[in-house]
Ligand binder design. Structure first.
Ligand code: SF4
Length: 455
């Protein structure tokens, strides 16, 4: 029931990706925000434009409806992939909402914290939760305190109303089973909204209750843990895998529900991988980032042991878990020689385990990160509001990178623009394009590495 002096809130989950490939993904953290606000007595509504399985109202339309009467918009901005032109467009909508509709706006999520200064300067937000900002306003101050607390605890999704869940059985629903990450990768802002950093678990039994509820309400069978790192430590990862497997069995959902997790390979053992497979985990997203140990450790600040990574991949293959690796091939200090070695290492590791196009395997510089400071200090950063782009120190690498971008724009972009996951051969078309890109690119690397020798 609404508490009388509480403002009316709209939780806005905007579209965060330019590409429309993912059609059925549900931003579960926005659901949790909605549930948490309702529990606290706010008259809260969820506007989910992140899910593309059905048309969503624009923010402007939602605020214009006569019955809306919205006082505050909470914008859920989580993936730093959206930093850049997408975030700029979202910031424009938020600023217009403040000016035209007189609403106050609170940014929420790691992207909002990372880009807080730019969102403020643009006039897009009144406050950003998780930054320690204090509000004088007697409506915003308690809301900010509530949002800070929300980050530290699990909010049951079980009392969401049916109206909050307008999704179909094909939805892929994200759920949070932990927060934060014990690692400190130099390019990462995913801990930005967790004051003090660290990694901590949310109760697995409560998370499983949410999953069972969502399964029974909308029929969803595919879930993705949004955790930055599912496991935390090797011991905890094993215990959590066992809790997930046993809990799913106890709920009678073994063999029905499948999961994707994001996990640091150093927390995985072959035994844990088998347990995760028994629990229904079918995909594990891991940050490989580089198969060049120098780049990995010195530039990206990852402690990852590449020998252990290979053991994890073999164990996952055996257990039936698909390892999906993220990779950052292009960085400001890349050299042609190192590039050739990385290309050979990727070939040996399995190009197919890295879903990105090589043209998109680029260091994303986002505000507030260690690598942003390093690139700026080296004089290699181009920056403007909602824009961070690095220049490459080596002209020959820059030339190859520019040529690869041109290949991608000409050959891949027009095909990708028309694809989405509901098309029966969309994945095959993407695979063919990636293979073509790899052939073109690896030949270019070989040719250009040999040019000085021939000259
Ligand atoms: S392991 Fe992943 S989530 Fe953790 S700091 Fe590195 S990139 Fe960020």
């Amino acid at each position: 029931m609404r508490t009388l002096n509480r403002p009316r809130v709209l939780v806005w989950a905007p579209t965060l990706y330019e590409s429309g490939f993912k059609q059925h993904h549900v931003d579960g953290e926005a659901l949790a925000l909605q549930a948490s606000l309702e529990r606290a007595g706010y008259d809260s509504t969820l506007l989910d434009a992140y899910y593309r399985g059905r048309p969503a109202k624009t923010l402007h339309t939602a605020l214009t409806e006569p019955a809306a009467g919205i006082d505050i918009v909470v914008a859920h901005l989580f993936t730093t992939d959206a930093y850049g032109t997408r975030l700029h467009a979202i910031a424009d909508e938020l600023r217009a909402a403040r000016i035209e509709h007189g609403v106050r706006v609170v940014g929420f999520g790691p992207l909002a914290v990372s880009a807080a200064a730019e969102l403020h300067a643009h006039g897009a937000v009144d406050h950003v939760a998780g930054t320690g900002e204090r509000a004088e306003d007697d409506q915003l101050a308690p809301l900010l305190a509530h949002l800070d607390q929300h980050l530290r605890e699990h909010t049951p999704l079980t009392d969401l109303r049916t109206a909050d869940l307008p999704y179909s059985a094909g939805a892929v629903v994200s759920v949070a089973g932990s927060r934060g990450c014990r690692s400190r990768c130099t390019f990462c802002a995913y801990n930005a909204d967790l004051p003090g950093g660290g990694w901590y678990e949310l109760p697995m039994d409560a998370v499983l209750a949410d999953i069972a509820c969502l399964h029974h309400t909308i029929g969803a069978t595919q879930f993705a843990f949004t955790d930055s790192d599912f496991g935390g430590t090797p011991d905890r990862c094993h215990e959590r895998a066992v809790a997930l497997r046993d809990g799913i069995r106890a709920l009678g959902l073994a063999g029905i529900i499948t999961f994707a997790i994001s996990v640091r390979p150093e927390t995985l053992t072959p035994d844990t991988i088998r347990v995760l497979a028994d629990a229904g985990v079918r995909t594990a997203l891991v940050g490989i980032e580089s198969l060049n140990p120098n780049t990995l450790h010195r530039l990206y600040g990852k402690r990852q042991d590449l020998t252990h990574l290979n053991k994890v991949v073999v164990a996952a293959d055996t257990a039936g878990i698909v390892i999906v690796g993220s990779y950052i091939l292009w960085h400001p200090w890349q050299t042609l020689t190192a590039l050739r070695a990385e290309v050979e290492a990727i070939d040996a590791f399995g190009r197919f385990r890295i879903p990105q196009f090589m043209a998109r395997s680029v260091l994303r510089v986002v505000p507030g990160t260690v690598i942003e400071r390093q690139v700026r200090a080296a004089g290699l950063l181009d920056e403007a509001p909602f824009h961070r782009e690095f220049r490459m120190a080596h002209p020959a690498v820059h030339a190859l990178y520019a040529d690869l971008q041109a290949w991608f724009t000409e050959n891949a972009q027009p095909v990708i623009a028309g694809l989405h996951e509901d098309q029966h051969d969309a994945f095959r078309q993407l695979s063919v394009l990636k293979a073509e890109e790899w052939c073109w690119f690896t030949q270019q690397v070989t040719d250009r590495c040999e040019e000085p020798a021939r000259a």
